[in-house]
Design a protein around this ligand. Structure first.
Ligand SMILES: Nc1ncnc2c1ncn2[C@@H]1O[C@H](COP(=O)(O)OP(=O)(O)OP(=O)(O)O)[C@@H](O)[C@H]1O
Length: 303
């Protein structure tokens, strides 16, 4: 059997027990001639974390937005299919999406905090978000919210609940929004650079929460990140994107240590080797630090 056919048989077997399948997906925006995504295939299993890495404009956010049906007015799926646990999402309309978003698929953005309603206290919006998806009393929902705010590292969760979003710092808003998405324990969590606005400690705390969600709830995740250290620390699989295509896809160690695509090699060479301290700050388990070949020159905080 050739390597290629063995690979494709393995890929098919993996896709068969997938939580999420993206098959031959192409997406275009009406204002652009070039498609934003072209023939993208990937899958995410229950309890699996996939990191998407790639240059700006490569289509990472578009992929997440297509999965959760939020491409916006100008965006359109022109080919392919997306299924969640066997349910096709591609033809879903308004009310259908309401049953999917939140509890089935959660999403956190780089600036999720900005999506909090500025004229309502955290308490009322958090409790409403919980109770619209979970059968809990107000009191139970309040306690659950406090627990999640605490777990994400917010020191005085009762105070957070009593404030309006603009009374919180940007990082506090972001963590509140992440806590809200996690509280619903979605089957699939899409996270678009969720920690990029946070300091290193807050970042480590959020990553720890993501790991707990994966380990305890078997949540599948797609995490978009520019940081190889984050991809290496949490992801089971890595996808490398460029110009709307998924150029490379595979187990994290395999992609980072033995990249097949020249662009992946270029990308890895452009960052210095993972710094051991950063690795340990981000990653609390025993996973060994993968070696990344041929580091680039000089200091670069985007390691
Ligand atoms: N709403 C939109 N309307 C028109 N074009 C868009 C829209 N959103 C994204 N695009 C285009 O689609 C392509 C992919 O963009 P996308 O935001 O998915 O990339 P990305 O990899 O997430 O980039 P970044 O890392 O900078 O967030 C780009 O060419 C971008 O200009």
């Amino acid at each position: 059997m050739t390597g290629a056919s063995a690979d494709s048989i393995r890929d098919q077997a993996e896709a068969a027990d997938a939580l999420l399948r993206v098959d031959h997906l192409s997406v275009s925006y009406s204002s652009n001639e070039r498609p934003a995504l072209h023939d993208v295939n990937l899958s995410v299993k229950h309890g699996e974390v996939v990191a998407l890495v790639g240059e700006s404009g490569s289509g990472k956010s578009t992929l997440l937005r297509a999965v959760i049906g939020l491409l916006g007015a100008g965006g359109c799926i022109t080919a392919g299919n997306i299924t969640l646990a066997g349910l096709s999402l591609t033809g879903l309309k308004g009310r259908g999406w309401e049953t999917i978003r939140g509890r089935q698929i959660g999403m956190v953005f780089q600036d999720s905090g900005a999506y909090l309603n500025p004229i309502r206290k955290i308490e009322s919006q958090y409790i409403e978000a919980i109770r619209s998806h979970l059968r809990l009393s107000r009191r139970e929902a309040y306690q659950l919210a406090l627990q999640h705010l605490q777990e994400i590292g917010l020191k005085d969760p009762e105070r957070v609940m009593k404030t309006y979003p603009n009374q919180l710092s940007g990082g506090m808003k972001q963590r509140t929004a992440i806590a809200m998405a996690m509280t619903l324990q979605p089957k699939l969590l899409l996270a678009d650079e969720p920690t990029s606005a946070l300091d290193v400690l807050a970042q480590a705390r959020v990553l720890e929460q993501l790991r707990m969600l994966r380990d305890h709830q078997q949540t599948g995740m797609i995490l978009v990140t520019h940081h190889m250290a984050i991809a290496a620390s949490i992801a089971d699989k890595v996808g490398i994107m460029k110009e709307g295509a998924l150029l490379e896809w595979g187990n994290t160690a395999q992609v980072l240590q033995g990249p097949r695509n020249p662009y992946t090699r270029e990308l890895l060479a452009a960052v210095p080797e993972l710094k051991v301290a950063e690795w340990h700050a981000l990653h609390k388990s025993e996973r060994p630090l993968p070696e990344i070949p041929a580091a680039g020159k000089g200091e670069n905080e985007h390691a």
